[in-house]
Design a binder for this molecule. Structure first.
Ligand SMILES: *[C@@H]1O[C@H](CO)[C@@H](O)[C@H](O)[C@H]1NC(C)=O
Ligand SMILES: *[C@@H]1O[C@H](CO)[C@@H](O)[C@H](O)[C@H]1NC(C)=O
Ligand SMILES: *[C@@H]1O[C@H](CO)[C@@H](O)[C@H](O)[C@H]1NC(C)=O
Ligand SMILES: *[C@@H]1O[C@H](CO)[C@@H](O)[C@H](O)[C@H]1NC(C)=O
Ligand SMILES: *[C@@H]1O[C@H](CO)[C@@H](O)[C@H](O)[C@H]1NC(C)=O
Ligand SMILES: *[C@@H]1O[C@H](CO)[C@@H](O)[C@H](O)[C@H]1NC(C)=O
Ligand SMILES: *[C@@H]1O[C@H](CO)[C@@H](O)[C@H](O)[C@H]1NC(C)=O
Length: 918
């Protein structure tokens, strides 16, 4: 494909005006709305066609591509067309130099352009056209010379052997006779429209007697006289256009008789002020094969009986835009082949109101289509349409027939004999349809009742007899229609039902649903009805439903999770849905299961709602989705958890005008997807998709969002998470150890002891001793020992208490020595009192130490009931904490719950081997 732009010198005047234009525009519209439309300065070349229109050029541009085949120089300032200016383009097939000021056609033009097929010179000032001017134009097939001042000299068209179309309209030609010699053998279409001759002479068209002219346009030619035989040279004529030529009825009938021997097929007689048709106007057409007659815009008032009796082969009669007052059974007499009768605006109001008499259409036994659009007629009776035995379509839309206000069984009974398929009663001011009113229309498949005032309960009887009906359109009936469970029982084949802006708000809140009898329904429109309440089973059984339109209702509550009894999942019965429209319903929630199973859905529209956060995977079953509209909601994030599936096959996405949050977690995935997608079209992406937050991106396009910043963040983020985790772990551990450390230790000990046993001392080690521990304590602490230590004794563990276990018959000293020797460990219950007790201090401690040293035993265990300074300890008992293994130093806990742990530790300390560790 070639696309070239060429710049030419522009006229100076418009150029200097440009700043002025811009200034005015600026003052009027403000700086933001001001877009000065730049003046075109060059020809536009594409596919070998050069378009140089409206460039104020005074000559053909010399620097267009040489190989162009088409050049449009119309609407410029050419004064002539010197062949030399066209020599660069010898391949031209089509040249348009219309709307210039050319006065002469240069003989060299067709020599320079030997291949030229089309020459358009309309709206110039060509005056004299001579024989030699076009003597080389043998390849020309189309010559448009309309709107010049032609004065033919000699035989200017004689060389045009290939010409098919000649247009010499609007040239003030005084005659239709373009030549006296036969020529233009290929001519098919001739336009003589808007010329001023008033007479067609016998031999005017004789120059065409070797051609096969098919189309003749003589619009607005004020013909008054037609000489007999004037059409004889062009008897091959099939289409004659006489629009706007005010000939009068008599001249028309003369015209028709002159056409008698022709092949006339199509006749346009529009805008001819044919006020009255008489019974012989068309008489001359009796022998023709006329199939199409257009009589529109004639202001026709009267059609005399039998006016059309001559047109037995007519298939189409157009009477649009007339003022006919009366149709009788004689009006259409003889139109026995007529298939289409177009009467749009043919019978309009005023005084008197037009009348269609009974049996007016009876002659039209072949009529298939009767169009009575925008007509106003006195009444429809029981016999108005009688005899239309082939009628398939009756269109009375936007008409005023009083009889239609209240349609009863009798209103349309005259159609009983018609195999009517389509009845259009749109906009006919119907207020009520009564039981059985359509019952005679047994073949009806389409019933149009839109834009009426129907105000009633549809009980179902109204549609009696419509067993074949597949479409009922009943939209725009002012929300005054009420339904019942039986409304549609008589139309079981219904496939298409529209009830938009027609229903009362509660009309469908029924059980069973009014739609239950319609298993074949594929299209249902309930939009614009303010419906707030429906039941979950509204669509039950509609397994074939494909299109469901629910926009402009009030479904928000039905889909709320807080709805009493849970959200109403009414779509679960219609799994073959392909289109769902729920715009403008105030929805702020979509239940997780609402769209489950809709795997055929191709279009989903939820625009103009209040949807904010979409639950993960609500769209996951929509894998056929092609169009998704979420425009004008409150969506901040387009997350893959929600949108990955629906966006995978999408052709069109509309999600603009939402308050997008342009942060990495909300927008990164979407922006990346938008950047990568090559199948989905997203209109207005640049200027309709704006960030709302964070502040830094406010009101900027989401496409400005820098995805790379998120990618750079990734390692830092990992590091951040890692380090913060470490810090938190540390803090928790420290706090745990500080406040619960004993507990941890306790359980650790239990664990260790369970697995390894209490003692690391060998079994033999214990055998040598009678006691496990000799307890040294101050006198005052004996009650503590009594309460806390003695209960620990059992078979495995035996303490030696001096008061209790003194060896009988020995001195106290002796007894102490003896018992110490028989104890595996020596346990000091350390309190301030003990340190002050001279007995203990002096003797027991010394002896104990002596024994320890003597037996090389690591056998001392200290239990602190009070916090005692190490200095005092060593001073009184000659012991330091550091001399002992940590496990042999115990503190009596302040907290009661720690007592078991203390016991545990004590048992461990007592179980330690006495052998000195190296
Ligand atoms: C005309 O010629 C140009 C090169 O000058 C070429 O690119 C273009 O394809 C040609 N167009 C036609 C319709 O032959
Ligand atoms: C008409 O066109 C053909 C090619 O289609 C060409 O050969 C012939 O020369 C043309 N006739 C004239 C008179 O230029
Ligand atoms: C035409 O109508 C006139 C009366 O208006 C009647 O006398 C005449 O017989 C009719 N001609 C035809 C052919 O119907
Ligand atoms: C119209 O319906 C009748 C039966 O009700 C049937 O016999 C006839 O063939 C139908 N005509 C058309 C054109 O469908
Ligand atoms: C529904 O349509 C199918 C197929 O077009 C047809 O066989 C069936 O009879 C229709 N059902 C009713 C109730 O008309
Ligand atoms: C879209 O792009 C992908 C790869 O990026 C490619 O495989 C696929 O054919 C493209 N589709 C269209 C319709 O261009
Ligand atoms: C969009 O794609 C282009 C290349 O196709 C790439 O250079 C750019 O970084 C992408 N932008 C984002 C936001 O992914």
């Amino acid at each position: 494909m070639q696309r070239q732009t060429l710049v030419f010198e522009m006229m100076r005047a418009p150029c200097s005006l440009l700043p002025v234009v811009i200034t005015i525009c600026y003052l009027m519209a403000g700086p933001h709305n001001c877009v000065a439309i730049p003046k075109k300065t060059s020809c536009y070349v594409q596919d070998g066609r050069a378009d140089c229109r409206h460039l104020s050029l005074s000559a053909v541009p010399p620097d267009l591509p040489r190989n162009i085949t088409s050049l449009d120089m119309s609407h410029n300032r050419l004064k002539g067309i010197p062949p030399a200016t066209l020599t660069p383009y010898p391949g031209l097939l089509h040249l348009n130099i219309g709307y210039n000021s050319i006065t002469k056609l240069d003989p060299g033009l067709c020599q320079t352009l030997p291949l030229l097929q089309t020459l358009n010179m309309e709206h110039n000032q060509v005056y004299v056209l001579k024989t030699e001017d076009m003597s080389h134009c043998t390849n020309l097939t189309r010559l448009i010379m309309a709107s010049n001042k032609l004065k033919l000299q000699g035989e200017p068209f004689s060389a045009l052997q290939s010409l098919k179309v000649l247009d010499v309209s609007m040239n003030k030609l005084q005659s239709a006779k373009l030549s006296s010699q036969p020529q233009l053998p290929s001519l098919v279409s001739l336009s003589l429209a808007f010329n001023v001759f008033t007479t067609l002479k016998k031999d005017d068209f004789s120059f065409l007697n070797q051609s096969f002219l098919q189309v003749l346009n003589m619009s607005s030619v004020p013909l008054k006289t037609l000489e007999p035989g004037c059409f004889t040279p062009i008897s091959s004529l099939r289409t004659l256009i006489m629009d706007g030529s005010n000939m009068g009825t008599l001249v028309i009938s003369k015209l028709c008789s002159e056409l008698s021997g022709s092949s006339i097929d199509v006749l346009f007689l529009r805008k001819m002020k044919l006020i009255t048709l008489s019974n012989n106007t068309f008489k001359g057409l009796q022998k023709t094969n006329l199939t199409f007659l257009d009589l529109s815009r004639n202001g026709m008032v009267t059609i005399e009986p039998g006016s059309f009796q001559w047109l037995s082969r007519l298939l189409t009669l157009i009477l649009t835009d007339n003022n006919i007052k009366l149709l009788t059974m004689d009006t259409f007499q003889g139109l026995k082949s007529l298939k289409k009768l177009q009467l749009t605006k043919a019978l309009v109001g005023g005084h008197p109101t037009p009348v269609i008499k009974d049996f007016s259409f009876q002659p039209l036994s072949a009529l298939e289509s009767l169009i009575l659009q925008r007509t106003a007629v006195h009444a429809i009776t029981e016999y108005t349409f009688t005899g239309l035995t082939s009628l398939k379509e009756l269109d009375m839309s936007w008409s005023r027939y009083d009889s239609l206000r209240n349609i009863t069984k009798k209103t349309l009974v005259s159609l009983a004999g018609s195999p009517l398929r389509k009845l259009n009663l749109t906009g006919t001011a119907i207020a009520q349809i009564n039981p059985g009113c359509f019952s005679v229309l047994r073949n009806l498949t389409t019933l149009l009742l839109d834009f009426n005032f129907i105000k009633q309960n549809i009980t179902g009887k109204e549609f009696e007899g419509l067993g074949q009906v597949e479409e009922i359109h009943m939209s725009n009936n002012h929300q005054t229609v009420n339904l019942g469970s039986m409304s549609f029982v008589n139309v079981p084949k219904l496939r298409f039902l529209t009830l938009a802006r027609s229903l009362r708000a509660e009309a469908v809140n029924l059980n069973p649903s009014p739609f239950r009898p319609l298993p074949n329904l594929t299209f249902l429109d309930l939009s614009n009805n303010n419906i707030a309440n429906i039941r979950e089973n509204m669509l039950e059984g509609l397994v074939n439903l494909k299109v469901l339109k629910l926009q402009h209702n009030n479904f928000a509550r039905l889909w709320k999770s807080a709805n009493l009894g849970g959200p109403v999942l009414f779509l679960k019965h219609t799994l073959r849905l392909t289109t769902l429209e729920m715009d403008s319903n105030g929805l702020d929630e979509i239940p997780a299961e609402a769209l489950r199973g809709l795997s055929d859905l191709r279009q989903l529209s939820l625009a103009n709602n209040l949807i904010n956060r979409l639950k993960d995977s609500i769209f996951d079953d929509l894998n056929s989705l092609q169009v998704l509209n979420l425009q004008k909601n409150l969506i901040t994030a387009v997350r893959p958890e929600v949108f990955k599936t629906p966006l995978s096959n999408l052709r069109l996405l509309v999600i603009d005008k939402n308050p997008f949050d342009c942060t990495c977690e909300s927008m990164l995935w979407f922006v990346t997807w938008l950047n990568d997608t090559n199948v989905t079209s997203v209109p207005g992406l640049r200027d309709q998709y704006m960030c709302n937050t964070p502040l830094g991106y406010f009101n900027r396009s989401i496409m400005d969002f820098d995805g790379l910043s998120c990618k750079d963040m990734t390692p830092f983020q990992a590091l951040y998470i890692l380090s913060s985790t470490a810090v938190i772990t540390l803090i928790v551990t420290a706090l745990l150890v500080r406040f619960q450390g004993w507990r941890i230790q306790f359980y650790w000990n239990i664990l260790i002891n369970r697995t390894l046993g209490f003692s690391d001392a060998t079994v033999e080690e214990g055998r040598e001793f009678e006691y496990d521990a000799y307890i040294i304590h101050a006198e005052e602490d004996s009650s503590w020992v009594e309460r806390r230590m003695v209960p620990l004794e059992n078979d495995q563990c035996k303490f030696c208490l001096e008061d209790r276990d003194a060896v009988p018959g020995t001195s106290q000293l002796q007894s102490i020595v003896e018992n110490m020797r028989n104890s595996r460990k020596i346990l000091f219950v350390v309190t301030e009192t003990l340190l002050k007790d001279p007995w203990c201090r002096r003797f027991k401690a010394h002896h104990a130490l002596h024994q320890v040293i003597e037996a090389s035993r690591d056998s001392v265990v200290l239990v602190f009931l009070q916090d005692v300074h190490d200095y005092k300890l060593s001073h009184s008992l000659l012991l330091r904490r550091g001399m002992l293994r940590p496990c042999c130093i115990l503190d009596w806990p302040v907290h009661k719950e720690r007592v078991p742990a203390f016991h545990q530790k004590l048992l461990i300390a007592l179980g330690m081997t006495n052998r000195l560790q190296n």
